[in-house]
Ligand binder design. Structure first.
Ligand code: UDP
Length: 344
C-alpha cells in the first residue's frame, strides 16, 4: 500500500499536477476539493472527497478515513483584484479555511503540512532577486491572507507540533507534457494562457499589456515563470523532507530568472508562428514591476531546482494542453491575479 497524502484543493491547476507527481513518486493522493474552481476530471490519480476546507468535520472525516502521512493545502482564492474588492471572502476561504484545516489535523494527529503560499507576501520589494529573508510587506489582501496563514502555522507548531513547509510560488506556467492536465480557469486572467488563446484561437481581441512604462528594459513587468511540473515536484520533495524530520521552513519556488510581458508574448508568437494582436493598457493595480525569486534555499533544503527553466518549454507544454482542451476558456479583461495560483 502506498502512503496516502491528503491534497486539499487537488482538483485545481497546481494541485492536480502535484497529485500526478505524488502518484509517480509512489504516494497515494487523496483529493479533498469543493470543486468551486477545481475540476473533477483533473482527479485522475486517486479518490476525490468533495468538501469545503472550512468544514472542519468534513476534513476530519477524510483524515480519519485515509490516515494520510501528510497534507498538502492548495485550496484558496487567488485573485488579487478580487481580494481588493471583497477581502472578507479571502479571509474567510483562505484564513478560516487554513484554521479549520489545522484544527482538524491536530484533532486527528496529522502533523505534516505542505502549504501553497505566494510571493505576494513580499509585496513590492524592489530587489533583483527575492530571498526568504526579506521582510514580508503584502500590498493586497490576498498576500495578507497568505502571510496570516503562514503565521498561524508558526503558532500551531509552537503549541501543537504541526510542522509545515510554506512554498512561496512565483508564476506557475505550462502544463503536464503528457497532456493529462493543464491550466483551466474561468474566467482566465493569467498572461500565458491568455496570449496562447489569442494565438491559437485567432482571437481578434488584442491582448492587453498592463503597463509599458515600468522601470524595466522593455517597460513591461517582469515575472519569474516556473513550470507547474517543477512546482509539483517541489511539493513531493517537501513531503519527503518533513517525513525525514525536517523543521518547518518557508521556501521560494522560482527559477531565478525573469521574463517580461513582451518576452512572454514573443515566446508564444515564436512557438505558434502566429502574430498576437496587442494593445497597451494601464498598469494593473497591485502589480509590482519585478518579482523574481532567489531559489537558493529550495535547492539547499529540498534538493529542488527548476528543470524546465526555458519559457519556451512552458509555452510549448501549455500550447499542447490548449490544443487538446480546446478554446473553452473564457478569456476576460482586467482583474489582477496573484502570483500564486492555488485554487482548487
Ligand atoms: N498581464 C498582462 N496582460 C494580461 C494579463 C497579465 O499584461 O492580460 C501581466 C500582468 O500585469 C503581470 C504579468 O502579466 O505583470 C503576469 O500576470 P499574471 O496575471 O499571469 O500573473 P500575476 O503576476 O498577476 O500572478
Amino acid at each position: 500500500m502506498s502512503t496516502p497524502v491528503l491534497v486539499v484543493g487537488g482538483a485545481g491547476y497546481i494541485g492536480a499536477h502535484a497529485c500526478k507527481a505524488l502518484a509517480r513518486a509512489g504516494f497515494q493522493p487523496v483529493v479533498y476539493d469543493d470543486l468551486s474552481t477545481g475540476h473533477a476530471d483533473f482527479v485522475k490519480w486517486g479518490p476525490l472527497v468533495t468538501g469545503d476546507v472550512r468544514d472542519r468535520e468534513g476534513v476530519e472525516k477524510a483524515l480519519r478515513q485515509w490516515r494520510p502521512a501528510a497534507v498538502m493545502h492548495f485550496a484558496a482564492l487567488a485573485l488579487v483584484g478580487e481580494s481588493m474588492r471583497d477581502p472578507g471572502r479571502y479571509y474567510d476561504v483562505n484564513v478560516v479555511g487554513t484554521l479549520r484545516l489545522l484544527q482538524a489535523m491536530v484533532a486527528c494527529g496529522v502533523r505534516d503540512l505542505v502549504f501553497s503560499s505566494s510571493c505576494a507576501v513580499y509585496g513590492d520589494p524592489g530587489v533583483d532577486r527575492i530571498s526568504e529573508n526579506l521582510a514580508e510587506r503584502p500590498v493586497n489582501p490576498y498576500g495578507a491572507t497568505k502571510l496570516a496563514c503562514e503565521r498561524m502555522m508558526g503558532d500551531f507548531e509552537t503549541a501543537q507540533r504541526v510542522r509545515s513547509v510554506r512554498l512561496r510560488y512565483f508564476n506557475a506556467a505550462g502544463a503536464d507534457p503528457g497532456g493529462d492536465i493543464g491550466e483551466r480557469h474561468d474566467p482566465e486572467t493569467h498572461l500565458v494562457p491568455i496570449v496562447i488563446a489569442a494565438a491559437l484561437d485567432r482571437s481578434a481581441v488584442p491582448v492587453e499589456i498592463f503597463g509599458s512604462d515600468y522601470p524595466t528594459p522593455d517597460g513591461t513587468a517582469i515575472r519569474d515563470y516556473v513550470h507547474v511540473c517543477d512546482l509539483a515536484d517541489a511539493h513531493v520533495a517537501a513531503v519527503r523532507y518533513l517525513q525525514e524530520g525536517g523543521a518547518s521552513r518557508t521556501v521560494n519556488l522560482g527559477t531565478g530568472a525573469g521574463a517580461s510581458v513582451s518576452e512572454v508574448i514573443a515566446a508564444v508568437e515564436s512557438v505558434t508562428g502566429v502574430d498576437v494582436p496587442t494593445r497597451r493598457s494601464h498598469r494593473r493595480a497591485g502589480d509590482p514591476p519585478r518579482l523574481v525569486a532567489d531559489p537558493t534555499r529550495a535547492e539547499t533544503l529540498l534538493g529542488w531546482r527548476a528543470r524546465s527553466t526555458q519559457l519556451r518549454t512552458m509555452v510549448e507544454d501549455a500550447c499542447r494542453w490548449h490544443r487538446r482542451a480546446g478554446p473553452a476558456m473564457a478569456v476576460t479583461g482586467p482583474g489582477p491575479r496573484s502570483a500564486a495560483d492555488a485554487d482548487g
